[in-house]
Write a protein that binds this ligand. Structure first.
Ligand code: ZN
Length: 260
């Protein structure tokens, strides 16, 4: 964990420091080596949150985009079960950063536990994930609307384990280092797969990193799912209307008819 209580204050790990866990109050040891980011570990070797995964620099870089009081927030459900949310915004939306593989069952359990949450997935962990995403590039040359893409085969560009979540999943294929090898039109973006399908199509929204970080501060729901769904449904209906309209009817007539 990034924080532990030292003299009743949330503190970051530093050499020789002793603290106690924000979740279970057990003693914590500051781990300040060269292999991993400095962090706190339970002295007993047992983490009180079974969902906790060892932090990478990618985790830390992401958390650092948000105020420290939003980070590592203890959440309890009605049965007293307790987990540490990576980030919880002032509006109560949880952001979970996932680097390692997550079994489908645990993923679903977390979605049910946090309810109001979104995922950010490290798309750089597996070379193949990134390769597959880049290979799906033709999708990105034909947006459905600004920043929105539809595909009937999301598995052709995104990792299969994340395709059927009930919460938005944002894939990060770049991290915070300088972009390398990504075509300019897809640089600097997070790729958000919306839950569910519309007319059998998966909806992917491209959002810039800075937009996302600002939105976490300003918006109640970071990803405006209802608005996006509305735009897509309206667009699909308009297309259908255009396809089915008799060839002699002009656009003005179409507009008139649509009004009534
Ligand atoms: Zn603990």
């Amino acid at each position: 964990m990034r924080f532990a209580l030292v003299n009743d204050e949330r503190s970051e790990a530093a050499p020789q420091l002793l603290g106690c866990c924000l979740g279970c109050s057990q003693p914590m040891i500051a781990k300040c080596g060269t292999q991993r980011v400095w962090h706190w570990a339970h002295r007993s070797n047992r983490n009180c949150d079974t969902w906790w995964e060892p932090e990478t620099l990618w985790h830390r870089d992401w958390k650092n985009q948000f105020p420290s009081e939003w980070q590592e927030i203890i959440q309890r459900d009605e049965k007293g079960e307790k987990h540490v949310a990576d980030v919880m915004t002032a509006n109560g939306q949880v952001i979970e950063f996932q680097h390692s593989h997550l079994p489908a069952q645990e993923r679903a359990a977390r979605e049910a536990f946090y309810r109001n949450m979104i995922w950010i997935v490290d798309g750089m962990r597996l070379k193949n994930d990134r390769k597959r995403f880049l290979a799906g590039g033709s999708l990105f040359s034909a947006p459905f609307a600004k920043g929105l893409f539809l595909t009937r085969s999301p598995e052709s560009c995104l990792p299969a384990v994340w395709l059927n979540c009930t919460k938005p999943v944002l894939f990060d294929f770049e991290g915070f280092a300088a972009p390398d090898g990504l075509p300019p039109e897809i640089q600097g973006k997070l790729w958000c797969l919306l839950p569910g399908r519309i007319d059998g199509q998966a909806v992917l929204a491209a959002v810039s990193r800075s937009w996302f970080i600002d939105a976490a501060r300003m918006r109640e729901q970071i990803i405006p799912m209802h608005a996006i769904t509305w735009v897509v449904r309206r667009g699909l209906t308009a297309r259908r209307w255009n396809y089915t309209r008799p060839p002699h009817s002009g656009p003005s007539r179409g507009r008139r008819r649509a009004k009534y």
